[in-house]
Design a protein around this ligand. Sequence first.
Ligand code: ZN
Length: 509
Amino acid sequence: MNSGQALETLHRIDREYRCLEKAAAVLQWDQETCLPAGGVEERAEQLALLEGIAHERLIDPETGRLLAELGSVPENPRGDRALPEPERDFLRVTRRRYERAVKLPADFVSAAARAGGLSQAAWAGARRANDFASFLPHLETMIDFARKKAAYWGFGNGAGSLYDGLLDIYEPGMSASETGGLFAALRERLVPLLEKISLCPPPDTSFLKQDFPVEQQAAFSQRLMDYLGFDRGRGRLDTSAHPFTTSLGSDDIRITTRYFPDNILSGLFSVIHESGHAFYEMGFPPELRGSCLADGASMAVHESQSRFLENVIGRSRSFWTGCFPLLREYFPRQLKSAGAENFYRAVNEVKPSPVRVDADEISYSLHIIFRFELEKRLIGGELAPEKLPPVWNDYTREYLGLESETVADGVLQDIHWSMGSFGYFPSYALGNLYGLQILKKLKQDIPAYESAVAEGKFSLLYDWLGENIYRWGCRLEPGELLSKITGEKLSVNPFLEYIEGKYSELYGF
Ligand code: ZN
């Protein structure tokens, strides 16, 4: 077989695997948005079977053979036998994925998928009942699966810790010590800033403490998606316990949010956040459709897109200059006496909350840093899962100066650990860093971007993001992508400069 035929076969196997993966994602989406409680057990069986089949497709011995054969093709782009660049990237991603998958026994993969389904359902029930004990056995199982997975990949045995192995799933090449270094630098400047702000008079948020009917919020969300330029021919919005985005196909990107009548900001900012993820997914170029390259460079780069849209754009003065009049159309009574400037100040109120997704931009990173510390200890075996609730409270007090009143809004607030997604949390805070470092370049390239945002003209922004980020899919590793855009390595400084500049102006110091 020549290298062209070998690649063609690899692409076919990749497309089939993607189809199975997307079919499983449909079942998962349905589980999160509308599955009746009675359907949970059978759904777990269905998912386990489908993921088992997908895994078999992934570890097809033909893939191993073809990868070995193509491994001898020179990587020099000017060499005669060299492959065009996208194909080399395809091979790199395929090889990494194959080598990971082939090391996991099939029965382990099915068992992990089944346990994950049950664990997520148990988490949702435990959260509703504010009952950690009913979730504990599932948490222990998920930790065990995560540890075993990293061990199968060779971590925890000299070459990096088990936790390094889990981090690497979401942020290729980033170690726990590198992450810890960035986080220590963040914490060092964010904690005193939080203390300083706590001494300043807070903005007026009284107009937010009213009843915002859920139906009206849902209607506004649709309007907001249109305002942001969300192509609803290629996606939709639903509700779930925990907001998320999932791609069921190149032209079928689903986002979710959740509504609280006494908190309009939660649902609204989730829509903006998840739209940021969706635009990234919708922006992969046609030539990558259906291939493993149509994916984010990493979870942190994905979060850089969602958190950028949510915070840098969605919590900016320019954004609310344009969008506040629309919001007021939906809530004329509640927002009668408020203006765009009040609203801007109110949505940037710095007030640590025990709930991560409702946290302000400053305490948000602190939420992530302590989850990183906790999951590192859970995976390292230094913290017994049953000790988690009191230790969670200690961390909440130490990092945020708060007491968690319930486990539902404390240790049970996030879905991640119930899914076995240990190592995922750092992506959010790293995403902030990527986002602000990228903004520096965006501002140089489009000095007028803020006035475009104020006029609700976002296409300028998406075009730039498309040109610099979306079009690459996961062809570049996160560090390469950042360096291609900015010429720099990941750093905490642009984020901290943005935070310090914005909040010293808002709080007048
Ligand atoms: Zn996100």
